[in-house]
Design a protein around this ligand. Sequence first.
Ligand SMILES: Nc1nc2c(ncn2[C@@H]2O[C@H](COP(=O)(O)OP(=O)(O)OP(=O)(O)O)[C@@H](O)[C@H]2O)c(=O)[nH]1
Ligand SMILES: [Mg+2]
Length: 321
Amino acid sequence: MEDSLLFFQEEGQSKEKALKILFTGLDAAGKTSIILALKREFSKIALVEPTRGAQRSNFTLLGKEISEWDLGGQKSYRIAYLKNPSKFFEDTEIAIYVIDILDTSRITESMSYFYDVIEKFKELNISPPVYVFFHKHDPKLIQSVKQEIENEIQKLQKEIVETANYWKINFYRTSIYDPFTIMSALSTLLLELFPKSELIQKTITEYSKKLDCEGLIIVDRNSIILGSCFKDDNSRKKLSGTIAYFLSLNDVFEEMELEKQEDQIILKKSGNYFMFKPITIKETTLPYYMLALKKHGPFDTNFLNQDFNSFVNIFKDIVSS
Ligand SMILES: Nc1nc2c(ncn2[C@@H]2O[C@H](COP(=O)(O)OP(=O)(O)OP(=O)(O)O)[C@@H](O)[C@H]2O)c(=O)[nH]1
Ligand SMILES: [Mg+2]
């Protein structure tokens, strides 16, 4: 434990300050799994071990450095964080608190640590928005348990809002077995800090109308959804249910180092045409990806040429501004 804690004493001298996003909660709540799911490191999720102390990893979003802090939740670590809050909580710009909703026996313990963390934020005079993840909200939860869990969530939400007395606490239901729940939650809370995301969303909406497609999602390599547009709930389901798998399939193809020409995945299933296509902004930076869905007929050549190119140009301008 000491090793990990000492490691963090070197923090704070970086060039441009990274935006700090904190994951905290009890041990085994699922914090590390959430981070791994976003990175599509599914083979590591199965073997995940308790996190020792504070682990940090960095990634870039729309050109800005994000520093993800995964605070191991075992009791001895929690005591250390609360004893020395400035070392762990200082500079937090987004706080994510993960609760295992399947483990009702530890809810009281989890709530108690949650209020301790909020208290430390107040002591440090910081006020990051707080996002509570009701995690392990698995799609296959059997119906009878589902209602019980829903009641528990409703009760907790009410209690948290009343007790914490904090300016911003939002709630999400997440599960690693429905990767879109994680992608969507992380994207929403991160993009709140990027004013240009509104313009990106507008551009995507206009483009998808022009294409007359059922829906469209633009994501980056780290599974952050920059914008999306769906004709109806059905198309939303088809695209949100498949995007993580298209990204994984693309990872597999990338490992094969195939030709970059005609770089797209086209899939037809029961009259639904899916197209997954990279959007390259600069050769030196990682691409973004588009997943689009059409119902009647395949994507025409206009889609692949003029319209797509003009969309990419507008997108490029916004992203690189
Ligand atoms: N059913 C279910 N299990 C999950 C989910 N996410 C994680 N788990 C399991 O929960 C256990 C703990 O996950 P971790 O990611 O290690 O939890 P953690 O919060 O990082 O734990 P510490 O590092 O000790 O703080 C693992 O066995 C995961 O497979 C989920 O969405 N649903
Ligand atoms: Mg962990």
